[in-house]
Design a protein around this ligand. Structure first.
Ligand SMILES: Cc1cc2nc3c(=O)[nH]c(=O)nc-3n(C[C@H](O)[C@H](O)[C@H](O)COP(=O)(O)OP(=O)(O)OC[C@H]3O[C@@H](n4cnc5c(N)ncnc54)[C@H](O)[C@@H]3O)c2cc1C
Ligand SMILES: *[C@@H]1O[C@H](CO)[C@@H](O)[C@H](O)[C@H]1NC(C)=O
Ligand SMILES: *[C@@H]1O[C@H](CO)[C@@H](O)[C@H](O)[C@H]1NC(C)=O
Ligand SMILES: *[C@@H]1O[C@H](CO)[C@@H](O)[C@H](O)[C@H]1NC(C)=O
Ligand SMILES: *[C@@H]1O[C@H](CO)[C@@H](O)[C@H](O)[C@H]1NC(C)=O
Ligand SMILES: *[C@@H]1O[C@H](CO)[C@@H](O)[C@H](O)[C@H]1NC(C)=O
Ligand SMILES: *[C@@H]1O[C@H](CO)[C@@H](O)[C@H](O)[C@H]1NC(C)=O
Ligand SMILES: *[C@@H]1O[C@H](CO)[C@@H](O)[C@H](O)[C@H]1NC(C)=O
Ligand SMILES: *[C@@H]1O[C@H](CO)[C@@H](O)[C@H](O)[C@H]1NC(C)=O
Ligand SMILES: *[C@@H]1O[C@H](CO)[C@@H](O)[C@H](O)[C@H]1NC(C)=O
Ligand SMILES: *[C@@H]1O[C@H](CO)[C@@H](O)[C@H](O)[C@H]1NC(C)=O
Ligand SMILES: *[C@@H]1O[C@H](CO)[C@@H](O)[C@H](O)[C@H]1NC(C)=O
Length: 538
């Protein structure tokens, strides 16, 4: 047969080949296709059958499984793209099967633990995708003798706190204040809470981990190596592996701690008090954390608005020493004994989560938050105190926007002591506090959403002169897709560098190197994952 006729045959076959490959790629991302499911079943150990963990849109409970861990109503609409499959892993081998089979076809996998991602990145995607849902893997094993615990990714922070307190009244763990947040996303993204000034971030207290890597291997700290172990302590787990569990170091807390909440409006000298807060909160005793919340409320005169400053504190000590500390260093607040609540560390979790402190602590085991809202969040870092004129400008802006809140979380203490290269989270010494921008609403609809999102964006823009620059820093756990999205094409590295340097500053480069080494095919990817190094031109 001559060369001519061979190429003619290829030409004749071409449309069929193209059609076949089209059908293959179309069906690879399609629930009616069985290749992926067959592989999952084939890969999994018969003693842990995976079929009861596979949900396709044909299963009647598909929607309820999907919605069970949606924590931002913005992504609970009929137009939100749905996964073609959900794997609710019941066993580590199911995670391994998911990774191995998805990798073969290079499917987009989203990993979800607690579902609290502000941008829904764990359960929404722009391309066809499936969800690896970790909520069933939530075992917690507390070892008080060694002051450690193994916590699986699907556990919530409330469960972690409850299980620690069950065994000891004088141990705790420094992590977030919202009890329904998941361990998997929270810790792999850094994790902070009201003991940050005393004990640092959650990741400053992680001593081992178990992961499934891109080849489906179950690895621990020793077998994954120090580079990868570094990356999954704040670099965002979803760029590198599936986190199965973390081994955490428990911290000591007093049998009773003191909390308070004090509110002052502008009419009650809030400007002076906030001005002074800046010079106190990041420097005072490490046992004390005073969060400042700013929102807009009605003024005492009908039809007027004012800014309200709410000071919420956690003190690892008794009220007597707290009062003497604050009346010496922060008399402007006017704290008195009746503002203070002395209670156990576990009940302080209730207080911080806005539950009445008399509520039975079992409520921390509830995996469903009391209510859900539509929300948008953004973040910033402040390195210089803001002048009174500056604060007054911010109040004026907030009053025109009305429906935005600011949370100021003071740093200093341990946060200023840990070197910025210790873990991927880089925002250490030199930061006075972190800003969280919040817009909350409770009506459906795209128009309404855009309106509220724009309020947060406008306040963020207004704050430019007061916050970090080059880069303007941001906190990974306060996921904000406004900072940029990765399309995983030829510009992936440049796209990734934009948000990557805001979240990680110079640590971005090390994350890219580790990523390139452990996942050169970029299987573990999402809208803001760590990119691989661009291929050298040949
Ligand atoms: C009400 C509320 C309060 C919050 N309070 C705090 C706070 O006090 N402190 C703080 O630091 N943050 C706080 N956050 C932010 C929170 O820490 C992050 O949203 C965190 O990523 C949530 O983890 P998750 O497992 O619940 O989320 P998910 O949405 O499940 O996951 C978040 C990200 O992590 C990835 N991921 C999840 N599980 C794994 C895994 N097992 N392996 C690899 N990657 C994984 C996901 O793919 C996604 O990219 C709060 C968020 C909310 C909604
Ligand atoms: C799945 O593929 C089938 C046939 O290939 C097609 O009819 C169906 O619309 C696809 N479904 C989705 C959700 O893409
Ligand atoms: C199942 O696994 C066997 C051997 O491991 C392999 O030969 C077979 O092709 C696999 N089947 C599917 C559907 O993946
Ligand atoms: C989903 O439906 C399929 C087909 O009916 C069934 O085989 C499978 O077991 C169901 N999955 C679950 C988790 O119920
Ligand atoms: C999410 O949307 C579904 C379908 O519209 C609805 O039934 C459900 O109540 C919504 N969830 C919440 C918490 O509002
Ligand atoms: C506690 O730590 C000791 C010393 O490191 C170790 O030998 C022991 O096995 C640990 N106990 C548990 C239950 O892990
Ligand atoms: C802690 O508070 C409880 C209840 O108020 C009290 O009974 C207990 O003595 C306190 N413990 C310490 C060490 O002060
Ligand atoms: C506000 O400050 C002024 C001047 O320092 C003081 O006289 C006044 O009592 C303060 N108001 C309140 C509500 O604390
Ligand atoms: C504010 O308005 C309410 C009802 O509109 C009225 O009862 C009240 O007297 C007003 N208060 C002042 C201070 O004007
Ligand atoms: C604030 O004032 C407006 C009228 O100016 C009123 O409609 C609203 O109910 C008030 N809000 C609160 C919380 O009192
Ligand atoms: C303590 O401060 C609160 C306001 O924060 C005030 O309502 C209360 O009257 C004060 N109590 C005393 C005894 O000064
Ligand atoms: C908490 O609940 C107790 C008992 O039901 C009640 O007396 C108290 O007023 C409540 N406290 C708050 C702040 O709602």
């Amino acid at each position: 047969m001559g060369a001519l006729s061979l190429s003619r045959i290829i030409l004749l076959l071409l449309p069929i080949l193209l059609l076949l490959s089209f059908l293959r790629s179309a069906s690879a991302a399609n629930s009616s296709d069985n290749t992926f499911v067959n592989c999952l079943v084939n890969q999994s150990n018969p003693s842990h059958p995976i079929t009861s963990a596979i949900f396709t849109p044909e299963n009647t409970s598909f929607s309820s499984v999907l919605q069970a861990y949606v924590r931002n109503l913005r992504f609970n609409t009929s137009t939100t793209r749905k996964p073609y499959l959900i794997i609710t892993a019941l066993h580590v081998s199911h995670v391994q099967a998911a990774v191995v089979c998805a990798q073969k076809q290079n499917l987009q996998m989203k990993i979800r633990s607690g579902g609290h991602d502000y941008e829904g990145v764990s359960y929404v995607a722009e391309v066809p995708f499936f969800i690896l849902d970790m909520f069933n893997l939530r075992f917690i094993e507390v070892d008080i003798k060694n002051e450690t615990a193994w916590v699986q990714a699907g556990a919530t922070l409330g469960e972690v706190y409850y299980r620690i307190a069950e065994k000891s009244k004088v141990h705790g763990f420094p992590a977030g204040v919202c009890p329904t947040v998941g361990v998997g996303g929270h810790i792999s993204g850094g994790g902070y809470g009201n003991m940050i000034r005393k004990y640092g971030l959650s990741v400053d207290n992680v001593i081992d981990a178990q992961i499934i890597d891109v080849q489906g291997r179950l690895l621990n700290r020793e077998s994954m190596g120090e580079d990868l172990f570094w990356a999954i302590r704040g670099g965002g787990g979803a760029s590198f592996a599936v986190v199965i569990s973390y081994k955490i170091k428990l911290v000591r807390v007093p049998e009773n701690v003191t909390v308070f909440q004090v509110r002052r409006t502008l009419e009650e000298n809030a400007t002076d008090i906030v001005y002074n807060w800046q010079h106190v909160a990041p420097y005072i005793d490490n046992d004390l954390f005073i969060r400042l919340i700013l929102d807009v409320v009605n003024g005492t005169q009908n039809g007027t608005k004012t800014v309200r400053a709410t000071f919420i504190a956690m003190y690892l000590g008794d009220s007597k020493s707290l009062l003497s500390l604050l009346n010496g260093k922060f008399p402007q607040l006017g704290l008195n004994q009746s503002d203070c609540i002395e209670t156990s560390w576990l009940k302080s979790v209730l207080f911080w989560a806005n539950f009445n402190i008399t509520t039975p602590v079992d409520i921390l085991l509830d995996r469903q938050p009391p209510s859900l809202i539509y929300l948008k969040r953004k973040s910033d870092y402040v390195k210089e105190p803001i002048s009174k004129e500056g604060l007054e400008g911010i109040w004026k802006k907030m009053i025109t926007l009305v429906d935005t809140l600011l949370y100021f979380n003071p740093y200093g203490g341990k946060m200023a002591e840990v070197p910025s290269t210790e873990v991927p989270f880089p925002h250490r010494a030199g930061n006075l506090w972190k800003v969280q921008y919040m817009a909350n609403w409770n009506q459906p609809g795209k128009e309404v959403a855009i309106q509220y999102i724009n309020l947060a964006r406008e306040l963020y823009k207004y704050m430019t002169p007061f916050v970090s620059k080059n880069p303007r820093e941001a906190f990974l756990n306060y996921k904000d897709l406004d900072l940029g999205i990765n399309h995983h094409g030829k510009d992936s590295y440049d796209e990734g560098r934009v948000y990557g340097e805001e979240y990680f500053k110079d640590n971005f480069n090390r994350l890219v190197q580790i990523k390139t080494k452990v996942d050169p095919g970029n299987f573990f990817r999402n809208e803001q994952s760590i990119p691989i190094l661009p291929q050298r031109k040949i």
